[in-house]
Ligand binder design. Structure first.
Ligand SMILES: [Zn+2]
Length: 148
């Protein structure tokens, strides 16, 4: 079965089911398809736009150089994030899981921490609704020399 969006001569939109496109053509030709609002038998299929989100505003794919530049910016931003965490957060090492839990439960002072946790510990924290995220990798060192 195919559902067609139809429109009559008075521009009333409606929908109807047909077994095939040929079935619609045959029924419309014989005046068997009528508008439920005005009973007009001048019925045709509506022109449909493809139901793809953002088709009209779709941007052309970025050229590889631009993608590489975006990725570089992204990696640099991650590196900045890591530096920020390492500068301002307390390194609790392998006590991370316990410390995160203590902070979550209000036992420990609420502060930014980072450290190491096993996959098992991370899963247990998440199961208890404690949001933890892996720290992004350190940024590659920036080139020291400038070519003039
Ligand atoms: Zn109508």
């Amino acid at each position: 079965m195919i559902r067609y969006a139809l429109v009559c001569a008075q521009a009333h939109p409606f929908e109807a089911w047909f077994s095939s496109s040929a079935d619609f053509d045959a029924q419309a030709e014989r005046g068997l398809v009528e508008c439920p609002l005005c009973a007009s038998r001048e019925v045709r299929k509506q022109i449909m736009a493809p139901a793809v989100a953002g088709t009209r505003n779709a941007q052309p794919p970025a050229p590889p150089a631009e993608l590489a530049a975006r990725q570089k910016m992204f990696m640099e931003a991650l590196g900045e994030l890591r530096r920020h965490v390492e500068t301002h957060f307390e390194n609790v090492g392998d006590r991370f899981a316990r410390e995160a839990r203590d902070i979550h439960e209000g036992v420990s002072e609420n502060r930014g921490i980072y450290g190491e946790a096993t996959a098992e510990e991370v899963r247990a924290l998440r199961e208890d609704g404690i949001a933890v995220a892996p720290l992004p990798p350190a940024a590659a060192p920036r080139p020291k020399t400038q070519i003039n």
